[in-house]
Design a protein around this ligand. Structure first.
Ligand SMILES: [Zn+2]
Length: 190
């Protein structure tokens, strides 16, 4: 896994203030064909066109690369929901477009990378892995996200509390499969 860091990891100036408290992670499906590296220019473009309010997350993940866009302890604009933006870390799973360039099997390799990053972030912030700390975007906002995961793991079941918890429980099970990481391993989180 290659980890790439934006300028916000090297400079004092950041887009947003610190999160008042970190409560967990939100796993997003980007609904695009972009790889993690493609988001380097994509986000730079948003900055140059003053379009950051359209949204961005801390980290963009595929099966080979993590692009760390903005430090995880800072507020993000990833959920369209103030409380979630201020308390949860966004993990954007890349190339998740339904009918896009990745087969389900290939997308699940990107998902697996996102589960590992989620496990590392939760350990870093000394949080357990449960329904309070592992959230879906659609729990906070009227969105299909995470649409690809919903299609693969729930076979397009209707959106309701029970099905959201089923997908949450799948994410939790996959995240829990990771053993504790060493401090050295956690250092890649920036
Ligand atoms: Zn989302």
């Amino acid at each position: 896994m290659e980890h790439i860091y934006s300028k916000f990891y090297r400079q004092h100036e950041t887009i947003t203030a610190r999160k008042p408290e970190i409560l967990g992670v939100v796993l997003h499906d980007d609904a695009e064909n972009y790889a993690a590296k493609d988001y380097i220019d994509w986000l730079q473009n948003r900055i140059e066109h003053d379009e950051l309010e359209k949204g961005w997350a801390c980290v963009y993940v595929d099966n080979s690369t993590c692009y760390w866009f903005h430090p995880s302890h800072h507020i993000e604009w990833h959920c369209g929901h103030t409380f979630a933006n201020e308390h949860y870390i966004g993990i954007e799973r890349c190339q998740s477009k339904i009918g896009g360039i990745l087969s389900d099997e290939a997308f699940m390799r990107n998902e697996e990378a996102s589960f590992k990053i989620a496990a590392m972030l939760l350990q870093k912030y000394k949080l357990p892995v449960n329904r309070t700390t592992v959230k879906l975007h659609k729990m906070f906002f009227d969105t299909e996200c995470p649409a690809r995961a919903w299609t693969i793991h729930l076979n397009n079941a209707p959106t309701n509390q029970q099905n959201m918890q089923r997908l949450q429980d799948y994410f939790i099970e996959r995240i829990k499969a990771y053993e504790l990481f060493t401090e050295e391993e956690l250092a890649v989180l920036g």
